[in-house]
Design a protein around this ligand. Structure first.
Ligand code: PLP
Ligand code: PMP
Length: 457
């Protein structure tokens, strides 16, 4: 066959498409885009707020041999797996960090963990079925489940997340007639820096839960957007102590707790990772890792919903991760975030010790994520018996707002609000305020608690 290139630029041997209704890139009114980001070297050596590098994506980079991914293809219709170029990078990253212990695992680029969870629930549940989760959990998870007719059953929590004996008890004693539903086959959890309780499952806890999942044949939905925000146990007195205690470099793998995916010999974990907490939530992008059979279901679900994350997000991520940072640069960035969030966590903890009344409020030091879970000794409230837990909670919430600070009531995270409350909790975060403003915010919360509980010290 004559393979010569004809006038008009086509190869005679190639198929000429009169098929898909994909618009020609010449009608995309975007010639190029550029963005400024810190270089990997700057993150590791002098900090991310320096000059940076400019990354440019043009329409024709691939044809010109400048890049493996260009604007013409990023802005064209894509495939349900996400862009191959970005998928390859995240698959390599997942292999390095989690190294799933079975053969046929795969990744798929998603529209973030909320979208991934929605698709997983649509794929794996039937109307009327139960999904196990935590007694307090990420509110969007049960809001996703509710319109699908899926009921959430909360498992009791301790400082390390769901209590294995409780999980075993619920499943061993499951009575299909009484529950009007089959024994659950799905468990949803947030193993690292749990939202809202801040709890992180120890390695032993992860193994115990995995063994119970094997015993009861549960499939695990591992929603882990705070995985990389793992923080040291000791709380610093000063900011300088933090920068000295965490080496500013590639995170040593041993410093990260193994994920459930990394102990998943059976292919029963659906791991959801997100760029929201490590790069930017508005990218609306993340990645799922699961067995190839399950990933294929998610790709099919993408084809009739998201299709793939926005081409702009995908090309920005590819340029940043693959072309500017590489695998090591990404790890440096994550190390940088660990330092920053440690500084913030420690500032919030110091402010809590200074301003919250110790008799009324208590907490544990979070080892990961964005959140602290403040337990309120509600029985000390002068009207405790009359207004009960909910009354105390609402009064604190309203008083705090009047004092000029927003704290989130624990009941907002209860999947089943009909279950009677035993305790009163508030979620507070160190993610959004700068450390210099935190003392003021916590002082206001302290004032609100003192006023509600009529305590002076
Ligand atoms: N899952 C949990 C446990 C979260 O805390 C959050 C955000 O706070 C999300 C999912 C949302 O992730 P995404 O922005 O990737 O949808
Ligand atoms: N909106 C969206 C879409 C989110 O994913 C998040 C983070 N989960 C938030 C808002 C903040 O929600 P929250 O404070 O309940 O974690």
């Amino acid at each position: 066959m004559n393979r010569s290139v004809k006038p008009g630029g086509y190869n005679e041997a190639a198929i000429l498409s009169l098929g898909p209704g994909a618009p020609s890139p010449e009608y995309f009114p975007f010639d190029h885009t550029s963005l400024r980001v810190p270089s990997a070297r700057e993150i590791a050596v002098i900090g991310p707020n320096h000059a940076g590098v400019t990354l440019t994506a043009n329409k024709d980079d691939t044809r010109a041999g400048r890049s493996d991914y260009d604007l013409s293809s990023a802005l064209q219709y894509g495939v349900g797996t996400g862009a191959r170029q970005l998928l390859d990078f995240m698959t390599q990253h997942t292999k390095q960090v989690h190294n799933p212990p079975y053969q046929d695992w795969k990744c798929v680029i998603t529209g973030g963990n909320t979208s991934a969870l929605d698709l997983a629930l649509r794929t794996f549940t039937d109307r009327g079925s139960y999904v196990l989760a935590d007694e307090y959990t990420y509110a969007t998870a049960f809001e996703c489940a509710r319109p699908l007719g899926v009921k959430i059953l909360g498992i009791k929590l301790d400082e390390e997340g769901p209590i294995p004996s409780e999980l075993d008890r619920v499943l061993t004693g499951w009575d299909e007639d009484h529950m009007e539903s089959k024994k659950p086959h799905l468990i949803y959890m947030v193993p690292t820096g749990h939202n809202p309780t801040g709890a992180t499952q120890s390695l032993e806890r992860r193994h115990e839960i995995y063994r119970l999942a094997q015993k009861h044949d549960l499939y695990i939905l591992e929603d882990d957007p705070y995985y990389y925000i793992q923080l040291p146990a000791n709380v610093s007195e000063h900011v300088e102590d933090v920068t000295q205690s965490i080496p500013f470099s590639v995170i040593p793998k041993t410093a990260l707790l193994p994920s459930l995916l990394s102990i998943d010999t059976d292919g029963r974990v659906f791991r959801m990772d997100s760029f929201s907490k490590i790069l930017a939530p508005g990218l609306r992008t993340g990645w799922v890792t699961a067995s190839s059979q399950v990933v294929e279901r998610i790709v099919r679900a993408h084809e009739t919903s998201l299709q793939n994350p926005s081409g702009f997000s995908q090309i920005v991520l590819y340029k940043l991760l693959s072309e500017a940072w590489g695998q090591e640069g990404l790890m440096c960035w994550l190390s940088h975030l660990q330092i920053e969030y440690t500084i913030r966590r420690d500032a919030l903890l110091r402010a809590c010790e200074l301003y919250l009344p110790a008799k009324v409020a208590s907490w544990k030091v979070p080892r990961a994520g964005f959140f602290m879970w403040i337990k309120i000794n509600w029985l000390l409230h002068p009207l405790a018996r009359q207004i009960g837990q909910r009354g105390v909670e609402m009064q604190i919430y309203d008083t705090a707002i009047k004092a000029g600070v927003l704290v989130v009531p624990g009941t907002w995270f209860q999947p089943d609000p009909s279950i009677a409350l035993l305790d009163v909790f508030f979620r507070i975060t160190y993610a959004s305020l700068t450390p210099d403003v935190m003392p003021e915010a916590v002082e206001r919360f302290g004032e609100a608690l003192r006023s509600c509980f009529e305590v002076l010290d």
